[in-house]
Design a binder for this molecule. Structure first.
Ligand SMILES: [Zn+2]
Ligand SMILES: [Zn+2]
Ligand SMILES: [Zn+2]
Length: 147
């Protein structure tokens, strides 16, 4: 029990140090860094703790996504009208998404970038279908092709 070897006063001196030590010890012993339960090797947190953390991040990301979508006309595909937010993404109207993704990063990093840059023009909300359709159809969603 190495973690109990340290003098009590030293541990009480700083909560931050204590916490860090506990985390390190747990990590080294293959325990969840949050609750100290044994976990699968290679992970840092047990399933319940990861779920809590993921939920928190998902909520933050959803909030960010909603803000960005609202700035670009709402949570709705600008082509087909799809409203399921998990299908929606921001599309570069004139292409160039690849280079930008390399520069800024995809997903959340991209949404954060849009927000930080006060929602620049040249983007729109598209569902994944229309996004993909646009890419394989030379820049125009097949929905918009005259039948
Ligand atoms: Zn845990
Ligand atoms: Zn669509
Ligand atoms: Zn479409």
């Amino acid at each position: 029990m190495d973690e109990l070897a340290a003098p009590l006063t030293q541990i009480m001196k700083s909560r931050a140090v204590e916490q860090k030590t506990r985390y390190t010890n747990r990590k080294e012993n293959g325990l969840c860094i949050r609750c100290g339960k044994p976990i699968v090797q290679g992970l840092s947190q047990c399933d319940p703790c990861r779920t809590v953390r993921n939920k928190y991040h998902i909520k933050l990301n959803q909030q960010l996504k909603q803000d960005v979508f609202r700035a670009y006309g709402g949570e709705k595909c600008s082509c087909c009208g799809e409203t399921e937010i998990s299908f929606l993404a921001i599309d570069h109207i004139n292409g160039g998404g690849e280079q930008q993704r390399k520069k800024i990063g995809g997903g959340t990093a991209f949404y954060r970038w849009l927000k930080r840059n006060k929602y620049p023009v040249g983007f729109q909300v598209l569902c994944h279908n229309c996004n993909h359709g646009k890419h394989i159809n030379g820049g125009i969603c097949p929905h918009k092709r005259p039948r």
